[in-house]
Design a protein around this ligand. Structure first.
Ligand code: PEP
Ligand code: MG
Length: 538
């Protein structure tokens, strides 16, 4: 038995044959030509055909996996339209006097390497998009469909699957995904989660000699067991049966109230990053959305999303939740969430730098675009607005003033919005937790972001895995701050929730309920587990 470890991006278990995707990809030969103009013509018609294919794929994906995931094909079309890219291919053909296939492969290698070497994880992930478009062009030039036909349900192994490869695959034939590279924000990871497929990334290269062998993919630990021994198979079967049994038991809690035995009710909401997570929230019976991390709309885009684009997404979530509360956090860009087109300054301490509300209160035009989109969407459901990384009263007052300005604009334009929309703030800095009594009169609610609150209170960079042994969200300083926030919120008649990872920590659920927490917002897959825990409390 061979054990290979990677990073899990979707928690589940599966067992099946390994299928090395793309193993039969042809190698592109470099051929000299005396007629580069013919090669340029061949390239241009492949370019047109590729765009046509991408349009068809977009239409197909729109039906299968929704607009968010389909958008990648529009991005690929934009990449094909990029003069830097196609100009470089034509230049290679003319200067090196080579065949079009080789020029495409040569150019895409350079572009992909450039992306891979960038610091930003999101931009690194774009390397696979370049490979994807180049693969499509080469297939067209060599008259090859390029798609692998997976013969039976298998665990798919690949270097780094491109989104179009993933969408084109027959879903019934996929048991799980393993990729040698990739990142949490790569489209492969995003699509795998959307498709409900266990996935492990960053395993490092796996030899294709294992093609066809039986394996177990443990999406909980991130391990792949090739040729598992009898003991591991028995263990897997037990865990799989337990997983199914547990899921069945938990699903019986759907529709049941989230309250303790003595009828203390807690609002149990879900955290989402985009409208495509809505299905999971609804499936797990979330009573609302406690944190919609709106920055993911910006992270997935290649330029600032327009007011209309944002409006459509917020409206989709508001309508999808059918009148239940949807708390949208205004964009929390900066620190670990860097975006090229924001052109943020390079900082020594980005976690303590220009991020979140600080960007919004500086670039008020951009902020107002988001606020207008949110307010417009508020006419279609129960949206609340929440500001991140608050440290002072003046930030809250300025943010609210911008909401009022946006409201006035919509009023003047005769556009409907929810006039009494709730506004709240995240308590995720020690400053906010300490002055929460001063902040409470200005807001409708608090939501405690324990991820950042832990980072800033314990002076521990949450991105630095070397600090893992010191990262202690159960530290009494954190628990005292949480208790202080709950007490002060209640003194001012405001409700308070927790939306950081700690909200799903079942060892603390009882303590939070005893402190008087009003709301817990967790990943969709944790909703029923937390409900079960609360219903067990006396
Ligand atoms: C938090 O800081 O706890 C939080 C919920 O926000 P994020 O993890 O997105 O920073
Ligand atoms: Mg945070």
């Amino acid at each position: 038995m061979l054990e290979i470890n990677g990073k899990s991006v979707y928690n589940s278990l599966c067992m099946g044959k390994l299928y090395f995707y793309g193993m039969n990809k042809r190698t592109v030969k470099r051929e000299k030509t005396d007629t580069p103009e013919t090669e340029v013509r061949r390239f241009m018609s492949a370019l047109t055909a590729a765009k046509k294919e991408l349009h068809e794929l977009y239409e197909k994906a729109l039906l299968q996996v929704g607009e968010d995931n389909a958008q990648i094909f529009q991005i690929h079309t934009m990449m094909l339209d990029d003069e830097d890219f196609y100009g470089a291919v034509i230049n290679t053909i003319n200067v090196q006097k080579v065949n079009a296939e080789y020029a495409v492969s040569y150019t895409s290698d350079i572009f992909a390497r450039t992306f891979r070497e960038m610091d930003d994880e999101y931009m690194q992930a774009r390397a696979s998009d370049v490979c994807d478009i180049s693969e499509r062009l080469i297939n067209l030039l060599s008259d090859n469909s390029g798609t692998d036909t997976i013969p039976e349900p298998s665990i798919i192994i690949a270097d780094d699957l491109t989104p179009s490869e993933t969408v084109q695959m027959d879903k019934d034939k996929i048991l799980g995904f393993v990729t040698f590279r990739g990142s949490q924000t790569s489209h492969t990871a995003i699509l795998a989660r959307t498709m409900n497929i266990p996935a492990v990334i960053n395993t490092g290269e796996i030899s294709p000699e294992h093609h066809g062998k039986t394996a177990i993919l443990d999406g909980f630990s991130g391990a792949l067991y090739i040729d598992p021994d009898e003991l591991t198979i028995q263990e897997y079967k037990k865990r799989k049966a337990l997983e199914e049994e547990r899921a069945k038991l938990l699903s019986e809690l759907r529709g049941k109230p989230t309250e303790t035995k003595s009828h203390k009710k807690v609002n149990l909401y879900a955290n989402i990053g985009s409208p495509r997570d809505l299905a999971a929230a609804v499936q797990n019976d979330a009573e609302g959305i406690g944190l919609f991390r709106s920055e993911f709309l910006y992270l997935e885009a290649s330029d600032f999303p327009t007011e209309d684009e944002q409006f459509r997404k917020y409206k989709e979530v508001a309508e999808g939740m059918c009148g239940k509360k949807v708390i949208v956090r205004t964009m929390d860009i900066g620190a670990d969430k860097q975006i090229d087109y924001f052109k943020l300054p390079c900082e020594d301490n980005p976690a303590l730098g220009f991020r979140a509300i600080r960007i919004c209160l500086t670039d008020t035009k951009m902020f107002k675009t988001q606020l207008r989109a949110l307010l417009r969407a508020s006419a279609f459901g129960n949206i609340s607005i929440m500001f991140p990384l608050i440290t002072s009263l003046s930030e809250v007052i300025r943010a609210k003033a911008l909401v009022a300005e946006a409201m006035q604009e919509l009023e003047d334009e005769g556009i409907p919005y929810k006039k009494n929309i709730e506004t709240g703030i995240m308590i995720e800095t020690p400053a906010a937790a300490i002055i929460c009594d001063m902040l409470a009169p200005e807001v409708d609610f608090f939501s405690i972001g324990t991820n950042d609150l832990t980072q800033y209170t314990l002076a521990l960079d949450r991105q630095n895995s070397a600090l893992e042994p010191f990262f202690d969200p159960h530290h009494p300083a954190i628990l005292r701050l949480i208790e202080n926030v709950i007490q002060n919120a209640h003194k001012h008649g405001k409700w308070v929730g927790i939306c950081g990872e700690l909200a799903a920590d079942l060892t603390l659920t009882e303590a939070f309920v005893n402190m008087g927490i009003d709301e817990l917002s967790v990943s969709p897959s944790f909703v029923l587990k937390v409900r079960e825990k609360i219903r067990d409390l006396d």
